[in-house]
Unconditional design. Structure first.
Length: 215
């Protein structure tokens, strides 16, 4: 598979949910899997907003090692591309721009934060297993994954209203690999760029030849 870190980045940015596996503090280190909502930072690191009372949070506080499994939500169920990310989790203080991105892409985040016991955690990738389809699988190092092309949060902010005007809908996020939002019926959509874009101008050019997922 050519440059699998690109596919890994695309898969994580298309997903809004995944299965987080932690090591159980209660059950002597047995794997414990739970469903989580996630948002990608600019470098592709997944961020979760989780309660300190949750079992997975207690597990991570005792042992930071974790694994995240996600399946491409826009692909047909049979043989859908999928990604397993292995790394260590850590509490995270977000910048104002990062926080705004998480609140846009995670619809219930604002309500959870008002409860007072929720905090943002990041899973820092160390190794990734990406499966693009039949006989298309490979390992990716965390260094290669995090070194993939990025679009700055400043460029994203400038593009949000611009692309929303063109689509007539709500654009929630723009990154190096595509843009996404919700339509009038509340359904998620994602437009993929054929090649990574690292500037607002590159996004504008790629927007003309984008391909739609979901909707």
């Amino acid at each position: 598979m050519k440059e699998p870190y690109h596919l890994a980045q695309r898969l994580l940015r298309r997903a809004s949910q995944g299965a987080l596996a932690t090591l159980s503090a209660e059950l002597d280190g047995w794997p414990f899997a739970s469903a989580v909502n996630l948002v990608a930072l600019a470098d592709g690191s997944p961020v979760f907003l989780i309660s300190r009372l949750a079992e997975h949070t207690r597990n991570l506080s005792a042992d930071a090692r974790a694994s995240l499994l996600l399946v491409d939500p826009f692909a047909p169920t049979e043989g859908a591309p999928r990604l397993t990310l292995i790394g260590r989790a850590e509490p995270l203080t977000l910048s104002a721009a990062e926080r705004a991105r998480c609140l846009r892409l995670h619809a219930a985040a604002e309500q959870y934060l008002q409860l007072g016991d929720f905090a943002f955690w990041r899973l820092r990738p160390e190794r990734l297993r990406v499966i693009g389809g039949f006989a298309a699988a490979g390992w990716v190092s965390g260094e290669a994954y995090l070194g993939a092309p990025q679009l700055s949060l400043d460029d994203e902010q400038h593009l949000l209203d611009e692309l929303a005007t063109e689509t007539g809908g709500t654009v929630l996020g723009v990154d190096a690999y595509g843009a996404g939002g919700v339509d009038a019926a509340g359904r998620r959509w994602r437009d993929e760029f054929t090649a990574p874009c690292t500037s607002a101008e590159a996004v504008r050019t790629a927007w003309a030849t984008r391909r739609r997922c979901g909707g």
